[in-house]
Design a protein around this ligand. Structure first.
Ligand code: ATP
Ligand code: MG
Length: 299
């Protein structure tokens, strides 16, 4: 079982047409035809969107994305047009709303990995490959790869798993030229971001980008390099051979799978609400990631 524990009811704002409720974001179109992306405080884990929100999460992730778009602007254009609130939008949208170019999205999750963990590790254990790419013997959970790799995945609907696919499969689906451009841009952006994060004591283990086309121009879309789309590990605690501590929803995952939650991940029941201390610890982790990366303390 999976999906929304409580289906969110999108706000209606005059002048905006509601397009889509994502796991985390609400998408609207404004009268100019641009996309208005509003990041909620919703949190997903184990394919569920949880019934408890993390206060400020949408704002922290939006501000972090904006900071990254600036760091990457010379490598690839970003989709953000403005941070101005649409007229008539509720005050709560401030800081979490981006007006973006409405793109023809490429239906591929463009993942770059510099370290082995998660679904990459699972595949490696089976076949010594990740997305069909051969890797050396002897790697363990958290190992740095000889060089970063492009490991694309298909985009799954809410409640479904993304599935890793080979580069050849991507080329079949979107064409060889687009596939090559996705791989090249994904690895270039990952390399830049990894170096910036490393300077700040953070390992960017892997990350997921989404791209779209504005005419013939490939544009970096969605959120970028946030703890929801990336694995960030504190560099001073990195120790291959075990799962690494992370700047993300680890507290939530640990609590949900602990006896304290009373929840069975493999059962039919939706996950329960989060206790206050888990909410606060998680909010603090997101704020800490923002502060460490940008050098500005989250207010
Ligand atoms: N510039 C853009 N133009 C068009 N669509 C975009 C743009 N940037 C992001 N998107 C889309 O907006 C949605 C963001 O919402 P969110 O991340 O909450 O959804 P998701 O759960 O990841 O995916 P889904 O939309 O399948 O539910 C994604 O579907 C993403 O592909
Ligand atoms: Mg998303």
């Amino acid at each position: 079982m999976s999906g929304f524990v409580e289906k969110p009811e999108p706000l209606q704002v005059p002048g905006l047409v509601h397009l889509h409720t994502g796991k985390v974001r609400e998408l609207y179109q404004n009268e100019a035809g641009d996309l208005v992306m509003v990041a909620s405080d919703r949190m997903s884990a184990y394919d569920w969107v949880l019934p408890t929100e993390i206060p400020d999460k949408g704002r922290i992730l939006t501000q972090l994305s904006l900071w990254w778009f600036d760091q990457l602007a010379d490598l690839v254009p970003g989709h953000v047009l403005s941070t101005e609130l649409p007229p008539g939008a509720p005050a709560d949208w401030a800081g979490r709303t981006l007006v973006c170019r409405s793109l023809r999205m490429v239906p591929v999750e463009c993942v770059a990995r510099g370290y082995l963990t998660g679904s990459g590790l699972a595949e490696y254990k089976e076949s010594r490959t990740v997305c069909g790419l051969a890797l050396p013997e002897g790697l363990v959970d958290g190992s740095e790869l000889p060089a970063p790799i492009f490991t694309p995945a298909t985009k799954a609907a809410v409640g479904e798993h993304d599935e890793n696919v080979s580069y050849e499969e991507v080329a079949r689906q979107v064409g060889a030229e687009t596939a090559a451009q996705l791989r090249q841009t994904t690895l270039a952006v990952y390399g830049r971001a990894r170096d910036i994060a490393r300077d700040r004591g953070i390992i960017l283990a892997d990350t997921k980008f989404e791209f779209g086309y504005d005419g013939d121009t490939l544009v970096l879309a969605d959120e970028v390099l946030t703890p929801d789309s990336s694995r960030f590990w504190p560099a001073d605690r990195w120790e291959p051979g075990r799962s690494q501590p992370a700047f993300d929803k680890q507290f939530v995952r640990d609590w949900l799978t602990s006896p304290a939650s009373g929840w069975d991940r493999t059962g039919e029941q939706p996950p329960p609400p989060l206790p206050q201390e888990i909410v606060e610890a998680t909010r603090a982790k997101y704020a800490e990631a923002y502060g460490r990366l940008t050098g500005v303390r989250w207010r």
